[in-house]
Design a protein around this ligand. Structure first.
Ligand code: SD4
Length: 336
């Protein structure tokens, strides 16, 4: 395939995000940046896969925190948030970081304060969907095994290192109007047989004039250590674009991926003439050399509109969506 403009997104839930980003890209005066933001927002609003975004996978303390990034391939501007709490529209906050500050990345509670100052709605409580809330309490009461700590010795089932005390304002089953929406969404996404455990969407858009942008928004990992930030908001890791070349974005085990900057890697290979697919494959292969069990995937597109994807063997298949001018709807592609 070879044409501009183009929109490409990760995972099996990318149909609506791709079409939404596409429509935005077709709107006079709208930028690829607007398009990727809209695409990511669709998932934040609809809880794609029941996993992207707010209120889904809790950390060890029972709260969900979000990471998001936007990057502009023309100016090289980046805006990102890490460990954002209690704000649903993480990609919007990332865009506000880009637009209203000279910084790149704002994290943690201060990111929530920043969001508030920018007019974003901040929820009063840590909140999880009922499903996530149940998962959390089941885990905490029955199992309590830390997923992501190592070289620590638990003294008991819930060793002294763990779990962190609940935040004082964490209320189990706080009734909370967004939760109901969230539950409805889970019903849509949690259909039997659907791979429901992917919690990140990456959107790359390139306009007819080669202007490129990438957006990434995620909930990160279940039972992560509080404060953990993944690859998604790190430029070059979760996503990277350069108008002179194209763009790439990554999803999967971010703790590993961010050690290799796979999106930067793929873009730089394309700069030297490598095809999108091979650039993605090489970036994934580099990681596998060090971490053979690693799981991750990439979408890659150059500024001619040629695109491809790559994934680790552990993902038996990796679906993504793409839309170009000769398509009347976003099209799903599955690689393996
Ligand atoms: C992370 N890369 O926080 C994300 C997770 C992910 O589908 O991509 N999930 O590590």
């Amino acid at each position: 395939a070879d044409s501009l403009p183009i929109v490409i997104t990760t995972w099996y839930f990318g149909l609506n995000p791709t079409n939404t980003a596409w429509d935005e890209l077709q709107t006079p005066g709208k930028l690829p940046l607007d398009a990727v933001q809209k695409g990511c927002e669709w998932c934040e609003d609809n809880f794609c896969s029941s996993g992207v975004g707010y209120g889904y996978k809790p950390d060890e303390s029972g709260e969900s925190t979000l990471d998001a990034l936007v990057m502009d391939g023309k100016t090289h501007d980046v805006g990102a948030v890490g460990g954002l709490r209690r704000v649903q529209n993480a990609i919007g906050v990332a865009r506000a970081v880009m637009k209203h500050t000279s910084h790149t990345l704002i994290v943690g509670d201060a990111a929530t304060e920043f969001a508030k100052s920018m007019g974003f709605e901040v929820m009063p409580n840590a909140s999880l969907s009922n499903t996530s809330d149940n998962t959390y309490w089941t885990w905490r009461q029955n199992d309590c095994q830390p997923n992501f700590r190592k070289n620590v010795k638990p003294a008991g089932k819930c060793g002294p290192y763990y779990p962190a005390d609940q935040p004082s304002d964490f209320n189990r089953r706080t009734s909370f109007n967004k939760r109901d929406t969230r539950e409805d969404a889970s019903k849509i996404w949690d259909v039997p047989g659907s791979p429901s455990d992917h919690d990140t969407i990456c959107v790359i858009a390139i306009g007819a004039n080669k202007d490129a942008a990438v957006g990434v928004t995620t909930n990160g990992l279940r039972f992560k250590v509080p404060g953990r930030v993944g690859d998604s908001p790190i430029p070059g890791a979760g996503g990277y674009v350069d108008n002179e070349v194209g763009g790439a974005a990554a999803t999967g085990n971010g703790d590993i991926m961010m050690r290799f900057l796979p999106s930067y890697h793929a873009v730089e290979l394309m700069r030297h003439g490598v095809s999108p697919e091979r650039a993605g494959q090489d970036a994934i292969r580099r990681i596998l050399k060090h971490y053979p069990d690693f799981n991750g995937a990439m979408i890659v597109v150059n500024n001619k509109g040629e695109y491809g994807a790559a994934c680790s063997p552990g993902y038996k298949t990796f679906p993504y969506f793409v839309r170009t001018g000769d398509m009347t709807n976003a099209t799903r592609v599955d690689i393996n």
